[in-house]
Write a protein that binds this ligand. Structure first.
Ligand SMILES: [Zn+2]
Length: 270
C-alpha cells in the first residue's frame, strides 16, 4: 500500500458557503492532483497562496460547482508574477466531458492580455493541456482509477478509486455502489438529509449498506441543512480543511486546519 494524503478544500453541495464546494487534493511523494475546482474553491486556494501550485486537475463532471474556478486556476498558473508557467494539465474520464468543458470555458477565457499588456485571443490550449482517460498516472501518486457514476441524465460523471491506497470516492452520484474490496477509507455523496433527489444519494439510501462499510465512510456534498444530518453509523461528515492520511494500515483524520481557510483577520489601514 502506498501512502496518500487527501486535503478537503470544500465539502458541501453547489450552494453552501460554509462548507464550500466539494473539492480535494491528493498527494504522495510528488506534485498534488486537485479534484474539481469551483470559483469558491479557487478563491479559498488563492487566499492561502496555493492556487498556482496545481499542475494537474481532474474534472469529474461539468456542473458549475466543480468547474467554475478552472479559469482562475489557469490564470494563476500561467500568468503568475509575470512568468509564463507551463499550463495546467486537465484530466477528464471521457472525451464528452472534455468537449463540454472546452465549449463552456473557452468563451470565458478568450479575451486576454499577455504580461506585457498586449491583448491576445486565447485558446483553451494556451492555459490547459488535455488528458482524457479512466486512469490517471501522476509522479508520486499510485494509479487513480475513475469509475463512471450515475448523476444527471445524459451527463458523464466520475468518482475515483485508488486501489493501492485503499481510497474510494463516490463522486456526485445518485447511484449507491458497493465499496471495492480492500477499501480503507470511503467518501459518499449524501446530499440531504431528507432529499429525495433525482441526481444525488441521500443518507437514508446509504443506511441500507453494510455497517462495516459505513464505519469507514465519510459523508460529503451536504446541503445547507448539513448540521441536521445524522451521521450515526458512518465515520462522520467531511468538513473543509480536513486532512486524511492513508498509510496502508488504515487512515488518520487530521482536524488541525478544519475551517481555518476562511480565518484571515485584517486589522491594517482602510
Ligand atoms: Zn454535480
Amino acid at each position: 500500500m502506498d501512502k496518500v494524503s487527501m486535503s478537503w478544500w470544500g465539502s458541501g453541495a453547489a450552494v453552501n458557503k460554509k462548507l464550500g464546494n466539494a473539492s480535494y487534493a491528493l498527494w504522495g511523494e510528488g506534485d498534488p492532483l486537485l479534484v474539481d475546482v469551483s470559483g469558491l474553491t479557487a478563491m479559498q486556494l488563492a487566499s492561502d497562496g496555493q492556487l498556482s501550485r496545481f499542475k494537474d486537475v481532474l474534472i469529474t463532471h461539468v456542473h458549475s460547482d466543480h468547474i467554475s474556478g478552472l479559469c482562475e486556476l489557469g490564470y494563476a498558473r500561467v500568468n503568475r508574477e509575470g512568468d509564463w508557467h507551463p499550463p495546467v494539465r486537465v484530466h477528464t474520464g471521457s472525451g464528452a466531458i472534455m468537449d463540454d468543458l472546452i465549449a463552456i470555458m473557452e468563451p470565458m477565457m478568450q479575451n486576454q492580455s499577455r504580461n506585457d499588456g498586449r491583448a491576445f485571443r486565447a485558446k483553451f490550449g494556451d492555459y490547459f493541456e488535455i488528458s482524457v482517460g479512466e486512469e490517471i498516472n501522476i509522479g508520486g501518486l499510485p494509479p487513480i482509477h475513475l469509475h463512471k457514476t450515475r448523476h444527471a441524465p445524459g451527463m458523464d460523471c466520475y468518482g475515483i478509486h485508488v486501489p493501492d491506497a485503499g481510497l474510494w470516492v463516490s463522486g456526485d452520484s445518485v447511484e449507491v455502489k458497493a465499496l471495492p474490496k480492500d477499501t480503507q477509507l470511503a467518501f459518499r455523496d449524501a446530499n440531504g438529509p431528507n432529499t429525495k433527489h433525482a441526481v444525488h444519494a441521500c443518507v437514508d439510501m446509504l443506511r441500507t449498506l453494510p455497517y462495516a462499510d459505513n464505519e469507514i465512510t465519510f459523508l460529503y456534498h451536504l446541503g445547507l441543512d448539513w448540521r441536521e444530518v445524522d451521521a450515526t453509523g458512518f465515520a462522520g461528515k467531511v468538513l473543509p480543511g480536513d486532512v486524511f492520511v492513508l498509510d496502508g494500515e488504515g487512515y488518520k483524520h487530521d482536524k488541525t486546519n478544519t475551517f481555518l481557510y476562511d480565518s484571515h483577520p485584517y486589522d491594517g489601514p482602510r
